[in-house]
Write a protein that binds this ligand. Structure first.
Ligand code: VGL
Ligand code: ZN
Length: 211
């Protein structure tokens, strides 16, 4: 079964020093680079999603009049209010400078619509619109995905669950993920849910051993 590697939101704002820093978020960059090196050797395509918000995005606490970390409603959907992050064409939205970005075949942008968030790289949070990701994977003949990145309990989780429900075989490279953990245990629970729904939970050495 043809496979691809999908890197989720390896952007400055999710790394230490960024506006929505995930603890140890930068530690996954080396994991991504190693996974990409293996993929290059085996001619496996690498895709990367980017959170890519307009500055008036409705998930930003300042725009919603909400408090960071609290939940409200955005266009009828439950929404966590976030600090301003990953604003299009800003430094915070760029891929981490240590990431071997040349290894990325295709970038998938999400979260561009101000009135809805998009944790998943496939769909917005209301499943109202799709990104280009599924069509692109289909054009490559890919049915199996290895997924890693930031953040475990949001964009990785939603992407993995969508991929599974769309029929992809999915492995999560767990040491290539870090979570926000707004509530302690969120990331562990997200991984357990991904596993229950059919995702394999693997480490980078296990990913390497699969070649
Ligand atoms: C993410 C919160 C808000 C993520 C994106 O990449 O997990 N989390 N926007
Ligand atoms: Zn976002």
């Amino acid at each position: 079964m043809k496979q691809a590697l999908l890197l989720i939101d390896l952007q400055n704002d999710f790394c230490p020093g960024g506006s929505l820093a995930v603890p140890d978020g930068d530690k996954v960059i080396a994991v991504a680079n190693q996974a990409m090196a293996l993929c290059r050797r085996e001619d496996i395509p690498v895709l990367a999603s980017l959170d890519w918000h307009p500055s008036n995005h409705g998930s930003f606490a300042v725009n919603a009049g909400g408090r960071v970390g609290e939940t409200g409603l955005l266009d009828g959907l439950p929404q966590v209010w976030w600090p301003v992050h990953c604003v299009q064409d800003t430094l915070g939205a760029q891929l981490h400078p240590d990431l071997d970005a040349e290894g990325i075949l295709q970038r998938i942008y999400k979260g561009r619509q101000a009135n809805i968030d998009s944790y998943s790289a496939f769909y917005d949070n209301g499943h109202r619109a799709r990104t280009d990701l599924h069509d692109y994977l289909q054009s490559l003949g890919v049915h199996s995905l290895s997924i890693m990145g930031l953040a475990t309990d949001y964009c990785v989780n939603y992407t993995v669950l969508d991929a599974l429900s769309m029929g992809y075989a999915v492995d999560v490279i767990v040491d290539g993920c870090r979570g926000v953990d707004l509530h302690p245990g969120d990331s562990a629970e997200a991984l357990a849910e991904m596993h229950r729904r059919g995702a394999g939970l693997i480490t980078l050495p296990e990913f390497a051993a699969g070649f």
